[in-house]
Design a protein around this ligand. Structure first.
Ligand code: PHE
Length: 352
């Protein structure tokens, strides 16, 4: 190697060092690049010293050393810069980190079985042209009872004892007050469902709760008959259970329907064999229903000579129990995580 070749080599080493520093994103990367240059071209340059004449060696050695030191200090500076950038980044992250925030890890869970059931029934009925409406949980005595043909001294009030508020209002015992509210608001013809929470003064057991969900349904139009009612109820249960469900119709008394029915379905917990949920009868009351009483239509300012209709009060909570196989109604308000992680895990669940 002659002087010029050595000069070229040293210039290239500096250029390579600059390029390697530019390209490295980590301290390890810088270290690797530096050691590659030192062991490769720099070592080669040092070795070449032997080839120079005695009086050339001094300046050649000096040039090589200079380059070596320059490369070394450039790499060191680059490492220092990266290190302080990392520290700064850490500090910034630490400053904005809020240890009181909930963790971002995704938690497996899902909506409450009753909500799932409600959405499903809403989907079915909106597909049939029904509107979803609401109503107050704190209701007046008028809409909860009187407008529904249950006057003050009527014994039907006993069956729906509830929580009374100091202002004379009450916690609604069913979603039926939404019927007359909807009639007054929209008139006939009418297709509405009204899901919501209801309350009763109950002795609590596997199938009774003081707080539960119902879903009211109301269809009013010309020439509506019991045949329409049965057809709609069958369709509802078939859609929910995705199979033909065995049902039976018994006469049922509710002052706001005439005729009134109790629609039972065979118990999905015990498949009809008899269990605590169905009180060992194999049947579960799921859908009280009937033809809207003319007095109720009148309270809703609808002419009973022109219009007829049917109404039903679906026990949403009970339906969710049937669908997901929950044996004890108390689970539904308990916040039991088995139900929120996967309704399937509620199957057969009881309060221990
Ligand atoms: N509201 C009644 C109850 O909760 C159920 C019902 C609704 C019955 C509509 C007939 C028609 O017991």
């Amino acid at each position: 190697m002659n002087q010029t070749a050595l000069q070229d080599l040293l210039v290239r080493i500096k250029a390579d060092a600059a390029a390697a520093i530019e390209a490295s994103e980590s301290i390890d990367g810088l270290r690797a690049a530096e050691s590659k240059l030192t062991k490769g071209p720099l070592a080669e340059a040092l070795k070449s010293i032997k080839q120079f004449s005695a009086d050339e060696r001094g300046s050649a050695g000096k040039a090589i050393n200079e380059t070596k030191n320059a490369v070394k200090s450039k790499f060191k500076a680059a490492q220092d810069a990266l290190r302080s950038a990392n520290i700064e980044g850490e500090r910034k992250r630490a400053a904005t980190f809020d240890p009181t925030m909930p963790p971002t890890v995704s938690q497996q869970g899902q909506i409450h079985p009753v909500t799932a059931m409600q959405r499903e029934v809403e989907r079915i009925f909106t597909g049939l042209g029904f509107a979803v409406v609401g109503g107050p949980e704190m209701e007046t005595e008028y809409f909860n009872f009187e407008a529904l043909n249950i006057p003050e001294m009527h014994p039907a009030r006993d069956a729906q004892d509830t929580f009374w508020l100091t202002n004379g209002w009450l916690l609604r015992t069913h979603t039926s007050p939404c019927q007359v509210r909807a009639m007054l608001r929209w008139g006939a013809p009418l297709r509405v469902i009204a899901p919501g929470r209801c309350f009763r003064y109950e002795a609590i057991d596997a199938s009774h709760e003081n707080t539960f969900h119902q879903l009211e349904g109301l269809l009013i139009d010309k020439d509506i008959s019991v045949a329409h009612l049965i057809a709609f109820m069958r369709l509802l249960l078939r859609e929910v259970f995705q199979r033909d469900v065995k049902v039976r119709l018994r006469p049922g008394f509710f002052p706001f329907v005439e005729p009134g029915f109790e629609l039972d379905m065979s118990c999905a917990i015990c498949e009809g064999a008899g269990c605590p949920t169905c009180k060992k009868s194999g049947w579960v009351e799921i859908l009280p229903c009937g033809m809207v009483h003319p007095n109720v239509l009148r309270h809703g300012k609808i002419d009973p000579r022109k219009y007829t209709g049917f109404a039903f009060g679906l026990g949403l909570t009970r339906l969710a129990m049937m669908k997901y196989g929950v044996a004890d109604i108390r689970i539904m308000n308990s916040g039991d995580l088995r139900g929120l992680v996967s309704p399937a895990r509620l199957s057969g669940a009881r309060v221990s």
